[in-house]
Design a protein. Structure first.
Length: 399
């Protein structure tokens, strides 16, 4: 055979989180605990099928499944807009929001990056330090250079707000700034309302382009409250908003997300929608039909929407209860281990402050899996595994 065309291709090191999940599956220990991947599981360790979604399945039936339009299911898009911005938001009344159905939240951020690369190329993209690693990867894939703004104050396990504001003020005007408005991944620490307002002032004054990535709406305080930052900002300036239904509708494999762009007026929104459709066509052509029908059914029916909201409340309440239970068990084992952070952080994740070596110790000795950064998915906790996790955490903290 002639010399290989691909002999220079480097091996893929694997995604650090997904590869860790594969390692967990291969671990033969019966009492292993998976607190790595961002998946909500119930008290029995199962991914739940929500009652609202089950009812939606029954309604959509098994009719033909033609291609959806490039921008997705019309009812889905309307549901996204009302969920993200609120039914009475002035931007919706003015018809100045362009929304598409996407392949998950990842697809939403990816299309946002592709759209911005075409229409505002050459900008610097700033993401929080730390952040979801794909924020770097998706924007770099689109041709942008990415950098970070300070976010995590390791010493106090809180937001480095002064550092964040200073970085945004120092950034070149018109930079692209990626912000997680609620349930920050991986830290679980969010900006207060006053801090949100101050950050908004800087973004608007500097003419920065805000890209909100809202993957966990409903897991912070509530479905409506969690969108407050985005809704207030959209009243002041244009922005892009990516959202996901993987977690809050437990539709991981259906790949359901949305991308909304708040524009100056209806004419601009129509042109932007056309360019978003073109970006989709050049990427994956159209989103999935079944996921589109399910989300449209849940969000478009008052009864199912109310049932879903209650189910999200139940998921959030269970995660909060597991945080409290873990903190109590750790305190019962040792007064020398600080666990206040568990109660102040929110959403699916907590940033434990454990080093990569301590995390490795927990995995190898106890079969307790956290991400190497020290991020723990509290959604994987339950009453049965909390005692084991508490013992492992204390041992690692005191090592």
């Amino acid at each position: 055979m002639a010399e290989s065309l691909f002999g220079h291709v480097e091996p893929f090191a694997g995604d650090p989180i997904l590869s860790l999940n594969d390692s967990f599956k291969a671990d033969p220990r019966a009492e292993k605990v998976n607190l790595s991947i961002g998946v909500y599981t119930d008290e029995k360790g199962r991914i739940p099928v929500l009652g609202s979604v089950r009812a939606a399945y029954e309604r959509i039936g098994f009719a033909e499944r033609p291609y959806l339009p490039m921008d997705g299911h019309a009812g889905y898009r309307e549901g996204v807009q009302k969920l993200v911005f609120g039914a009475n938001h002035p931007a919706l009344a003015a018809r100045c929001v362009a929304t598409i159905q996407t392949i998950g939240g990842t697809g939403a951020v990816g299309i946002a990056a592709d759209f911005l690369a075409k229409h505002v190329p050459g900008r610097t993209v700033l993401v929080s330090d730390p952040t979801w690693e794909n924020h770097h990867g998706l924007f770099q894939r689109a041709g942008f250079k990415t950098t970070t703004y300070p976010y995590w104050d390791r010493a106090n396990r809180s937001v480095d707000f002064a550092g964040m504001v200073e970085a945004l003020e120092s950034a070149e005007a018109g930079s692209i700034v990626v912000i997680q408005p609620v349930c920050h991944n991986p830290t679980g620490v969010d900006l207060s309302e006053e801090q949100q307002a101050a950050v908004s002032d800087v973004l608007v004054a500097k003419g920065h382009i805000a890209v909100f990535d809202m993957a966990y709406q409903g897991f912070g305080t509530g479905v409506e409250a969690d969108a407050a930052f985005v809704r207030r900002y959209a009243e002041r300036a244009s922005c892009l908003v990516a959202n996901s239904f993987s977690k809050n509708l437990s539709l991981y494999g259906e790949r359901c997300g949305g991308l909304s762009v708040v524009c100056r007026d209806a004419d601009e929104a129509e042109r932007v929608l056309g360019q978003l459709k073109l970006a989709v066509r050049r990427s994956y052509s159209s989103p999935p039909m079944t996921g589109g029908l399910l989300v449209a059914a849940v969000l478009g029916d008052d009864e199912l929407r109310a049932q879903w909201t209650r189910e999200v409340d139940e998921m959030r309440t269970r995660m909060d209860a597991m945080r409290k239970l873990l903190a109590e068990r750790i305190r019962a084992l040792s007064n020398g281990v600080d666990v206040d952070f568990l109660l102040s952080q929110r959403g699916m994740f907590s940033f434990t402050g454990l080093s990569e070596q301590r995390v490795r110790d927990m995995r190898e000795k106890d079969g307790v899996y956290l991400v190497g950064s020290g991020r723990m998915c509290v959604a994987g906790l339950n009453e049965e595994n909390v005692p084991k996790v508490a013992e492992s955490f204390v041992a690692a903290s005191q090592a």
